[in-house]
Design a protein around this ligand. Structure first.
Ligand code: SF4
Length: 426
């Protein structure tokens, strides 16, 4: 059969879709990823997201789009899986009867005709990212209870994959030509606490750092409380571990951190950042902040703004608070007016844009190792070890000579703007 897997949401969903693709392929089916082709597919699987309201709307829109295509005879069977299926299977069944099958995670075996199928224990994947990089999920679920977050309701408790299985998956990816992996989880720094009754990210990193063919390993979704500093030693010891850390912090004000049930306090967070930068000089820090939390006052927003100016993150993403049913914060409502929420968000973004430009301008004149992701008619487009795909900056390289996609090159940086560097291969 010709099967098209449509993946929405986060990189963890991307990995799940890649595992499903390998299962379908093993059964002899021809699998496509996010194919826009106006052709007929025997099966379309929509792997949905339900993280926040906007994501739910996008998932329902995609399902309805495929229902229309089914009516036109372009889709044989329409299956839905992922977080929306996990959370709202009955509502979906009732409201969109044209869906042929709704498969929460535990029921994926039914879709595949393999009752023993366990999504998290699979290592075979057909990657959907450019062939030189891939995401590597080390655990699923989360044991924390951040007040605004629906993920524990959807993905359940943390389940870590065994170190051996993760290393095997990395070796299989390297054998497919992957040179760069992004380590992902809901809470990366708690890796192993369920399986090994201890934080075990350090041991995992030491093993992954020695996988032949993998040149860059990037860490995403670290958690600030009880931070395992020993992983920074591994980062310093192995050049294969990028000097990059994604550590969502969400806020800095004491009351808000308490209301968000994040644990920790402002002094600890400032100390953490200082220690990370001391232990790994030149490390790129990425974080995410939530603006407009229901109890956030103008003063507390200003404190967050000052935090952004003080810390000068290399990469910073912002979310405007989204009220999610079933979460501990839901009863607080969403009292801050949309206009005020947008104003706060704009102030944070404007402050970070200024910092991003200043930090990028400091790179002018330096020579950086760059991996080439793609090209357009004017430039090769690549990234440094300080940039993760799709979320961080790019390096635009003039097309003076032929460069290969997926290869590393030394590039002299000649110009910088807020989110891009411009340079020439040396
Ligand atoms: S750490 Fe908090 S924000 Fe992240 S997935 Fe867990 S509950 Fe959600």
């Amino acid at each position: 059969m010709h099967i098209n897997i449509i993946t929405l949401g986060c990189s963890k969903n991307t990995v799940d879709s890649e595992v499903l693709a390998a299962q379908f392929h093993r059964k002899g089916h021809k699998v496509f990823h996010n194919s826009p082709a106006e052709r007929r597919f025997d099966v379309v699987v929509v792997n949905t997201c339900a993280f926040i309201q906007d994501a739910k709307t996008q998932s329902v829109d995609e399902i309805l789009f495929q229902v229309e295509r089914k009516k036109q005879g372009l889709v044989g069977q329409l299956f839905v899986t992922g977080c929306l299926a996990q959370r709202y299977a009955d509502d979906l069944r009732e409201s969109i009867p044209e869906i042929d099958g709704i498969f929460p995670f535990a029921d994926l075996g039914e879709m595949l005709g393999d009752t023993h199928f366990d999504l998290l224990q699979q290592t075979d994947r057909i990657i959907s990212t450019p062939k030189h990089y891939a995401y590597l999920k080390v655990s699923e679920g989360c044991d924390r209870h951040c007040s605004y977050c629906a993920i524990p309701l959807i993905r359940g408790k943390q389940v870590s994959k065994p170190v051996e299985s993760i290393v095997r998956e990395a070796e299989q990816l390297a054998a497919q030509g992957v040179k760069e992996i992004m380590l992902i989880a809901q809470d990366l720094t708690s890796y192993g606490t369920d399986l090994y009754q201890r934080r075990d990210l350090e041991r995992l990193l030491r093993k992954l750092a020695q996988v032949n063919g993998i040149e860059w390993i990037r860490l995403h979704y670290a958690y600030p409380v009880n931070f395992p500093y020993e992983i920074l030693d591994v980062m310093r010891e192995y050049s294969t571990i990028c000097k990059y850390l994604d550590i969502p912090l969400q806020h800095i004000n004491e009351e808000i951190l308490r209301d968000m049930n994040r644990g920790g306090n402002a002094a600890q967070i400032y100390k953490l950042i200082e220690r990370i930068r001391d232990k790994v000089p030149g490390i790129a820090l990425r974080s995410t902040l939530i603006s407009g939390y229901p109890t956030e006052t103008r003063e507390q927003h200003k404190e967050l703004l000052k935090f952004v100016e003080d810390v000068r993150f290399d990469r910073l993403g912002f979310f405007s608070y989204s009220q999610e049913e079933g979460t501990p914060a839901y009863p607080l409502g969403d009292p801050i007016k949309e206009r005020e929420k947008n104003r706060r968000l704009e102030e944070l973004i404007a402050s970070q844009e200024k910092i991003a430009l200043e930090l990028n301008q400091q790179k002018v004149g330096s020579v950086l190792k760059v991996i080439i992701d793609s090209e357009d008619n004017r430039y090769y487009i690549g990234r440094t070890e300080f940039d993760s795909p799709d979320v961080d900056d790019s390096v635009l390289i003039k097309k003076k000579e032929k460069l290969k996609i997926g290869e590393f090159y030394p590039v002299r940086i000649e110009k910088a703007d807020h989110f891009d560097l411009y340079g020439t291969k040396v």
